[in-house]
Design a binder for this molecule. Sequence first.
Ligand SMILES: [Zn+2]
Length: 260
Amino acid sequence: MGHRPTILFSLAHPDDESFMVAGVSCKYRARGVRLVLATATLGDAGKVGDPPVCSREELPRVRESELRRAVDLLGIDALHLLGYRDKDLCNADPAQIRGQLVRLVRRYRPALVITFDPNGFNQHPDHIAISRFTSDALAAAADPRWLPEAGEPHRVTRLLWTPPLRPEEIGAGPPLGNRPGVDFLVDIQAWSARKAEALRAHRTQHLSINRIWFDRPDPELALSSEPFRQAWGPPLVSRPEIDLFAGMEAGKGIAPEDRG
Ligand SMILES: [Zn+2]
């Protein structure tokens, strides 16, 4: 594993990565950071599109291929599908999903983890569930008494949550930096076309993706930055910070061109 800093994204559905972390994926991958994505479900209870892109029976397979396309576009190094049922993640066996996530944390040893906030961003029960299971697993991964067979304990330095605002609020209205919960605001303008491409890779989800991201007067504004909220980690000198690794040892190993 060496000293290569790693970010683990712990999310619920195919397309969550493109909504939430597409820009930071491209930006930090270009700076040598390793990216790992855990996706808990295949979104198999989601929409098939209108006109339909596929049948309901084909949906899990199609959504998996859409996710793999987005992962390629974003330069994510490793994708782990956790294999849970869509809209049923809250009923996952806590010991089972804890074991899966602890193994990933101890194997990849991320400095930084990004997941949904405790309200699930839009209160989707699967988003709330993955937030809860991720917090559980990060505490367990650091404690050698949990799952000693699952690898050497590892303590994550910083946990980030999705922010308490809608995608359509990004770039609209007063500066986001004054909003509570916007602790990081990462400029992704250099990667906005790639984020758009990753969003569009989720063809089955074109109705919601177009409504939220593209059918608006200022789509480029929504694609210009990605905000995050700090759950815990090193204290922030200023808010919003512009670099996810601000104040972290792990950030010293990555390319410095636009660190604040
Ligand atoms: Zn989702």
